[in-house]
Design a protein around this ligand. Structure first.
Ligand code: UDP
Ligand code: MG
Length: 321
């Protein structure tokens, strides 16, 4: 007989995890709205009264941590986690997910761009037996043109490279306790959560919502950061670029073999074998470029290996409230 874990999915204790970097402009509103949301759901009997919101301060330089501390003193439902320095959105999220308590953890950005009313729907899906619920943007019209185009290119590229990820899902998601425990088993340092969470498995569902405007403050994702994230995502989920090198090497090898035969033939059987400038210099440039390109891609993976081999901690918590 097969044994099955029976999990009571009624009235879960929820932990909402909110990474914050220099968010003093939105925090008071975020604290208010998330508090109200929890209150409403507790009163409606959907959540355990011990549910909490965990704000993770990712090394902010403004008054973000002071605001979190104040709120935590005032309100028992608010907790704060302060990282020792800025470690980036993904690591801040991890710090929150691995520290927060609860049967269910929901991650959401501080800027209130993700519709809070999707949270009760996520909890409903959990009640129906899902361990991972992805928030998916039904509409990106509130994002700028540049953000939209870059996001579409990114998801298209990921799909083409064969890395599994949920299109238009950022890091607004619900994970059950056992899904979070499973996530802890992924020890890699270059963590791209959107790619890892589908690998964790379990039953999952999607909840659609309209993405709103940022409530206040400005985006912390510059072009350089987005590119870095895309590069991380591609190289940590796909060996396709490596395969591309092999393919390229094969093509170049075939061409140069044909060319070698042709020069030999011209030398032996014709009198047209003029010492050629083109046939000498062209391959030099071509091969030189190709070699550098290949070295670059190999270096990319080597760099990953190097970082993983060091297995540095992904975050360090300075203090909690
Ligand atoms: N964030 C963070 N650390 C960082 C960058 C961003 O904790 O190094 C947080 C930020 O405070 C916000 C969330 O991650 O709550 C998403 O960032 P943002 O809204 O700037 O990104 P966008 O929505 O523009 O992609
Ligand atoms: Mg945002």
């Amino acid at each position: 007989m097969q044994e099955e874990f029976v999990i009571d999915r009624r009235q879960p204790r929820v932990g909402v995890v909110v990474p914050c970097l220099d968010e003093e402009a939105v925090l008071p509103e975020a604290i208010k709205r998330l508090g109200e949301l929890l209150d409403g759901l507790v009163v409606a009997g959907k959540l355990a009264a011990s549910s909490r919101v965990y704000f993770v301060d990712d090394g902010s330089r403004d008054s973000t941590w002071e605001l979190i501390e104040q709120a935590a003193r005032r309100d028992p439902r608010i907790a704060g986690i302060k990282l020792s320095r800025n470690r980036g959105h993904q690591n801040a999220l991890l710090a929150g997910l691995f520290t927060a308590e609860g049967d269910v953890l929901v991650s959401i950005d501080a800027d209130l761009q993700d519709d809070l009313s999707a949270i009760p729907r996520m909890i409903d899906e959990y009640g129906r037996g899902c361990d991972v619920v992805y928030g998916v943007r039904a509409d990106r019209s509130s994002d700028g043109r540049f953000k939209r185009v870059s996001a579409e290119t990114f998801y298209g590229l990921m799909r083409w490279l064969g890395a599994e990820s949920v299109t238009n899902h950022a890091d607004f998601r619900l994970m059950s306790r056992r899904a979070v425990e499973a996530l802890k088993l992924f020890r890699e340092v270059n963590l791209f959560l959107r790619g890892i969470v589908p690998l964790v498995g379990f039953r999952s569902a999607i909840v659609r919502y309209d993405r709103l405007e940022r409530f206040a403050g400005s985006s912390k994702y510059s072009l350089a950061r987005m590119l870095a994230m895309a590069l991380d995502a591609v190289t940590s989920f796909s060996v396709f670029p490596l395969r591309l090198i092999t393919l390229l090497g094969f093509v170049v090898f075939s061409l140069s073999t044909a060319m070698a035969f042709w020069t030999l033939w011209a030398r032996l059987f014709t009198n047209q074998a003029v010492p050629g400038w083109t046939s000498t210099t062209l391959p030099i440039y071509l091969l030189g470029g190709l070699q550098i390109l290949c070295l670059g891609v190999i270096g990319e993976y080597l760099g990953k290996l190097y970082q993983e081999a060091k297995s540095r901690p992904r975050y360090i918590i300075e203090k909690c409230t």
